[in-house]
Design a protein around this ligand. Structure first.
Ligand code: ADP
Ligand code: MG
Length: 725
C-alpha cells in the first residue's frame, strides 16, 4: 500500500514537470500589486472628497469614524467589489483559536416583486453578527449571552478573496461580545499599539521631537514545509494533527547541510511564485524566498509594515499558502514540528517602533543626540525583556512549539537578548562610567561619543538567540510557524510600554528637578543597565553551559506550555494589561483558559490518533509480516532444514510487536484515565502521563518501521516525504 501511494506521487510529479513545470509565469506586474485592495488610491477615486478625508482621519489619526459617512463608503466598496465579480462580503476576524473566521453574506437582497438588488449598507459594513456561540471565549460568555459582533477595522483595508470560482469582499474586523468584552486578537493588538505609542511619545517629547504618534512595525519570516499531497493525504497524523506522530529518521536527513539557500526545486518554485502573485494582488508585500535548513523546508518573508496590517497580512499569507499548495499537488505544512529529528519551523518576528515622521526609533543615529535617544529606547527594550520574560515566554507557548524551543534548532525557552559585541561594550561603558559623565561638559563620556561609528547593520548574527538586536530592529525568534503573530506582538508591546512609561517618568522627574536631559539620561541609563543586564547574552544559547549560567542569573526557564502559561495571568501582568487598558483581568484569563484548553485538545487528538494508527495501520502490517516470517521459518523446517536467522527474526519481531501493542494499550488507558478536574490538572496529566506514553509508543513504532518490508509498510516514510519532490 505504501508503494501504491509512492507510485502515484511519482507519476504525478513526472506529469507535472512535463507540462505545467515548463510554463513561465512571466514577471510580477508592478501594477497588479494591491489591485484587489480597497486601498487609499481606490478610496480617493471612488469616495466623495469629504467622505474620503473623514475616512483618512480615522485611518491615520485613529479618529472615530463618523457613522454618517459609512453608507457612502459601503456603497462605493460594494460597487467596486461587484465590478470585480464579487457576490458576497464577509466580516473576517481572528477569534481566540489559531485561525481566522469568516461568514459570507450575499449582497443580493430580494426587492419584493420577484426581483433582487445588490445592497450593502453602512450598518452592514460597520457591524456584523456572526453566531459567536461556537467560538472559544474562555468562559467569558454564558450561552444566554452567546452573541458577539464584529466591528470594521478601517485601518486594515478590505480586499477581494478569489476562491473556488467565487469572489468575496473581505472586511477585516474586530470581534467583541455584546457586553463589550474582546473575543479576538486584533482588538488587544490595536490597543497595545496605542498604549505603546503614548509612552513612546512621552520619551520623544523630552528629546524635543514633534512626533505625535509612534507605530509598531513588524516583519514576520514564515518557515514551512512542502511535501507531495499524495503523501500528505495518506497520513492521518498529517491531516489531523499537522505533524507526523510516527516516522523513523531517514538515512539522510539534514546533516549534509546541503539545503539551506540551495537551489529551489521546480515545483516548490512554482508554488512560491503562485503564492507571491496572489499575495501581491491583495497587497501583501512579500519579498524574500529561500530554502531553509531542513529538506523540503522553505521560508517566505514580507517587507515590514504597521503591526496590525502585518498581522492581518500574515494570516492571509498562511491561508494563501495552504490554499495554493494543492494546485501544485503539494501540501503546505505550517506545524512547528512536522518531522521528528528534522528541524522544525518558526516565525521570526522582526519588531521595531517608528514615529509618524518616519524615524525608526531603534536605529542608531548619526549624532550624539540621536544616539542618546536610541540608547534610551534600546535600554527600555532590554528592561522590558528582563522584567517581562514570563509574559513573552507565555505568548509563544503551545503544544506544537514545545517540540521546538530548546531542542537545539530553535532558541531555548529561556529568554535573553543578543546585543552584539559593540552595543554590549557601549552599555558596559555606560554602566561603569555613567556617573562620571559630567566630566565632558554635561554630556555622556566616550562610551556614547563613539556611537556614531555604530554600523547600521551589525554584522555578527547570532542565530541561537531568542531575542536579537539586528542593527535597527529586534528579532523575536521563539515565535512558532503556526501561530498568529498577534500575541507575541501584544506581549512585546505591553512589556515595552511599561518600560517606556518607567523611563519617561524617571526622566521627567529628573528634568523637573532641574537636571539637563543629557544628565538625566546619564544618571538613569547606568541604573537601568545594572538592573537588567543579566538578560544580555551574546554566546551560544544552545549550549548546556548557558542553561546553567541562566539559572545562576535567575532567568526563567519554563520548558513547556504547562509551565509557561500561568505567566499570562501573573498578578503584575494582569496589572499592566489593566493599567494600559489593553485587556481586563477577565479577558486575560479567558485567553489563558483558551490556551490551556487548546493545549489539552491538541495533545488529546494526537494521542487518540496514535492509538488509531497503531491499531489500524501499523499493527496489521506488523502481524502480516510476522505471519510471513513464521510461514517462511515453518517452510524451511518442513523442508528438513533450520533457519537460524529466520527464527531469530521471528522471535525479535514477536517481542517487538507485543511491546508495541502493550504501549498502545497503555497510551489508550492513559488517555481514558483523563478523569475530572480543572483544565490545569488535565494539562499536567497530558504533559506528565500522555506525552511520555506517546513518546515510548513512537519508539516502538519507529523500530517496527525499520524492519517491516517496504511493500507492507502502510505509511509514507520520511525519506519519501522529504526527498521526493
Ligand atoms: P534575516 O533572515 O536575515 O533575519 P530577512 O530579510 O529574511 O532577514 O527578514 C528581515 C525582516 O525584518 C523583513 O521582513 C524586514 O522587512 C523586517 N524589518 C526590517 N526593518 C524592520 C523594522 N524597522 N521593523 C520591523 N521589521 C523590520
Ligand atoms: Mg531573521
Amino acid at each position: 500500500m505504501g508503494s501504491a501511494v509512492l507510485r502515484e506521487a511519482i507519476s504525478a510529479i513526472r506529469d507535472w514537470s512535463l507540462t505545467e513545470g515548463k510554463e513561465s509565469r512571466g514577471p510580477h506586474a508592478a501594477e497588479s500589486f494591491g489591485s484587489l485592495v480597497f486601498d487609499g488610491a481606490v478610496q480617493q477615486k471612488r469616495l466623495p472628497t469629504p467622505v474620503y478625508h473623514a475616512l483618512r482621519r480615522t485611518i491615520t489619526q485613529g479618529e472615530p469614524l463618523d457613522p454618517s459617512v459609512a453608507d457612502a463608503i459601503a456603497g462605493a466598496m460594494k460597487d467596486w467589489a461587484v465590478e470585480h465579480g464579487a457576490t458576497h462580503y464577509t466580516h473576517w476576524f481572528q477569534p481566540l483559536t489559531g485561525i481566522t473566521a469568516e461568514k459570507h453574506d450575499s449582497f443580493l437582497s430580494p426587492n419584493g416583486d420577484g426581483k433582487a438588488v445588490l445592497e450593502f449598507s453602512g450598518k452592514e459594513l460597520i457591524k456584523g453578527e456572526p453566531d459567536a456561540s461556537s467560538f472559544p471565549s474562555g468562559g467569558m460568555r454564558s450561552t444566554f449571552e452567546a452573541r458577539g459582533y464584529t466591528a470594521w477595522d478601517p485601518t486594515s483595508p478590505p480586499w477581494l478573496l478569489y476562491s473556488g470560482g467565487a469572489v468575496t469582499l473581505v472586511i477585516p474586523t474586530a470581534f467583541v461580545s455584546w457586553t463589550g468584552e474582546t473575543l479576538d486578537k486584533k482588538t488587544p493588538l490595536l490597543r497595545s499599539m496605542e498604549a505603546l505609542s503614548k509612552q513612546a511619545v512621552r520619551v520623544l517629547k523630552l528629546f524635543g521631537s514633534t512626533a505625535e504618534r509612534v507605530i509598531t512595525t513588524c516583519g514576520p519570516e514564515q518557515e514551512y514545509f512542502l511535501i507531495d499531497q499524495y503523501f500528505y493525504l495518506s497520513r492521518p497524523d498529517l491531516i489531523n494533527a499537522g505533524r507526523t506522530l510516527f516516522g523513523a529518521k531517514p538515512p539522510k536527513g539534514q546533516e549534509l547541510e546541503d539545503q539551506y539557500f540551495g537551489a529551489i526545486a521546480d515545483r516548490a518554485m512554482a508554488f512560491m511564485s503562485a503564492v507571491e502573485t496572489e499575495l501581491y494582488k491583495v497587497g501583501v508585500p512579500v519579498k524574500t524566498r529561500h530554502n531553509e535548513v531542513a529538506p523540503s523546508q522553505y521560508e517566505i518573508a514580507p517587507v515590514f509594515e504597521n503591526a496590525n496590517l502585518a498581522t492581518d497580512h500574515q494570516m492571509m499569507t498562511m491561508e494563501t499558502m495552504r490554499r495554493t499548495a494543492p494546485n501544485y499537488g503539494l501540501a503546505c505544512l505550517l506545524h512547528e514540528k512536522p518531522f521528528a529529528g528534522v528541524n522544525g519551523s518558526g516565525k521570526h518576528l522582526n519588531w521595531s517602533i517608528g514615529d509618524d515622521e518616519g524615524h525608526n526609533l531603534l536605529s542608531p543615529g548619526a549624532n550624539t543626540h540621536d544616539n542618546l535617544q536610541f540608547l534610551v529606547f534600546c535600554a527600555a527594550v532590554l528592561r522590558a525583556v528582563n522584567k517581562w520574560q514570563g509574559l513573552l515566554r507565555a505568548s509563544i507557548a503551545s503544544a506544537g512549539n514545545d517540540h521546538r524551543l530548546g531542542a537545539n534548532e530553535a532558541p531555548p525557552a529561556i529568554l535573553s537578548v543578543f546585543l552584539g559585541d559593540m552595543l554590549t561594550d557601549i552599555f558596559d561603558q555606560i554602566e561603569k562610567g555613567g556617573a562620571k559623565s559630567t566630566k565632558h561638559g554635561g554630556t555622556l563620556d566616550t562610551g556614547v561619543m563613539v556611537l556614531p561609528k555604530l554600523p547600521r547593520d551589525a554584522g555578527d548574527r547570532n542565530r541561537t538567540s531568542p531575542f536579537a538586536f539586528t542593527g535597527n530592529k529586534f528579532e523575536f525568534r521563539g515565535v512558532s510557524s503556526n501561530q498568529s503573530i498577534a500575541y507575541p506582538n501584544i506581549a512585546l508591546n505591553m512589556a515595552v510600554t511599561e518600560s517606556l512609561d518607567y523611563m519617561a517618568t524617571e526622566l521627567e522627574k529628573a528634568i523637573k528637578g532641574g537636571k539637563k536631559l543629557e544628565t538625566a539620561v546619564a544618571d538613569l541609563l547606568p541604573k537601568v543597565i545594572k538592573e537588567n543586564k543579566r538578560i544580555i547574552f551574546n554566546g551560544n544559547n544552545y549550549s548546556k553551559e548557558w542553561e546553567k549560567e541562566a539559572g545562576k542569573r535567575g532567568l526563567l526557564n519554563l520548558k513547556n506550555t504547562v509551565d509557561a502559561l500561568p505567566q499570562l495571568i501573573a498578578k503584575d501582568v494582569v496589572a499592566i494589561f489593566e493599567k494600559y487598558k489593553v485587556l481586563n483581568e477577565r479577558e486575560l484569563h479567558a485567553r489563558y483558559e483558551v490556551m490551556v484548553e487548546t493545549y489539552n485538545k491538541t495533545v488529546n487528538v494526537e494521542g487518540q490518533l496514535m492509538v488509531l494508527m497503531a491499531n489500524r495501520y501499523i499493527l496489521p502490517a506488523a502481524l502480516d509480516y510476522q505471519k510471513q516470517v513464521a510461514q517462511s521459518v515453518a517452510a524451511v523446517k518442513a523442508a528438513g532444514a533450520q533457519s537460524i536467522e529466520g527464527k531469530k527474526t521471528l522471535d525479535g519481531l514477536i517481542k517487538l510487536i507485543d511491546e508495541f501493542k502493550r504501549r498502545t494499550d497503555k497510551l489508550q488507558k492513559v488517555l481514558e484515565h483523563e478523569g475530572s478536574g480543572s483544565a490545569e490538572k488535565h494539562a499536567k496529566h497530558f504533559r506528565d502521563a500522555v506525552i511520555p506514553a506517546m513518546s515510548v509508543l513512537r519508539d516502538a513504532g519507529d523500530a517496527l518501521e525499520l524492519i517491516i518490508p517496504h511493500e507492507l509498510w502502510p505509511l509514507a516514510t520520511y525519506r519519501e516525504m522529504l526527498f521526493i519532490k
